[in-house]
Design a binder for this molecule. Sequence first.
Ligand SMILES: [Zn+2]
Length: 351
Amino acid sequence: MARRYFRLVCIGLILLLSGGLVLGQSAESSTEEYLTLDQLLSRTDAVLQWDPAANHGVLRTPRLTLGFFADMPWITLDYTEYQRAAPVRVDDGELLFPESYLGLLQNAGRDVDMGTVADGRRVAAIFIDPGHGGRDPGAIGKHTVDGSLFEIYEKDIVLDVGVNLYNLLRQSYPDRRVAISRLDDTYLRLEERTNMANEMVLADNEVVLFVSLHANASLNTRATGFEVWYLSPEVSRGELISRRSTEIDDPDLISILNTLRDEELTIESILLARSVLDGLHGRVGSITPNRGMKMESWYVVRNAKMPSVLVELGFVTNTDEAVRLSRSAYLHKLTMGIYTGIHQFINDFEE
Ligand SMILES: [Zn+2]
C-alpha cells in the first residue's frame, strides 16, 4: 500500500519536474565536483534510500529529507519544497552526488537540537523485545566447527542479550519503567508485543522507547555485521495521502496531526537508531562490520506508537559470526553497545 502511494508521489514529482523543464530552465553544463556515496555518507549523517526502478532516491538526515531523480537538475526538500540543483549522476551503476549537497545536508544543522525534539518530554519507559521464541526459532545457523555439527537459533541469541539489557536498564534507571516482552523461551504474536509496549504509554510528556532485537540470516554465508533499522516515513506519508484523497473536501485535522506525530516519532527513531548504532560500533565495530542504519516498514516497529528501532545483532549464517554469537562474552559486548546507545539517547533527549 505505502509503496503504491510512494509511486504516486513519484509520478507526481516527475510531472512537476518535467513542467519545470518546459518552463525553460534547461540543465547547464556542470562544473560541479562529485562525491561517491561513501564519501557523501562519511561527511554527513545522512542515510540513502534508492529505488533503481523509479530512478529515485532520498537522502535523509534527522533534520532534512532531500529527494532526487538521477540526472534531473532538481531536488525536493522535506517533500514540500523543490529547487534547482546539480543532478545526481549514475556512472557504471554507481551513484555520484554533487558536492553542493554536502552543504544542504550539513547546514540543516549537524547537531540536532535534542531539546527542541524533546520539547520538555522525558523517557519514562523502555520496552525491550527479544524477537521470536518458543515454536518460532527465528533464523537458524548450522555449521561444522572442529568436525562437529553446531547449531544456533536466533531466539536464543536475542533472549540472552534482551534479558541482560533488561536487567542492566532496571539497575541503571530505578525511576523509569523497564519492561521486556519475554523472559524465557515463549512464543508471542507480533500484536502481543506491540500491545504490551503501547500499554506503557503514560502521560503526554512521557516517551517510551521500543527496542526490538533480532539476528540476521543470509544466503551469502560471508555476510557479517550489525545494523539498526527504524520506521520508514513513507508509511506515514502514504497514510496521509490516502486520508487526503478520501476526505479531500473535509480535511480531517486529527489525521493530519497524527501524521505530524508520526514524522516526529520518525525523527526520534532515527536519533535512537543512530545512538544505538554508535554504541554497538564502540563495542564491536573492530570485530564485525557496521552495516549502518536502515529504514523499513517492519510490522513490529510500525505498530508501536513510540520511537522504535530494530537491532540486527549479527548473522547466524556466517560460521565465524555464529561462533561469536554463541559466546556470552560477545553477547555481553553487544548488550553493552545497545545499553550505551540507549543511555546516550536519554542523556541527549533530556539535556
Ligand atoms: Zn528475527
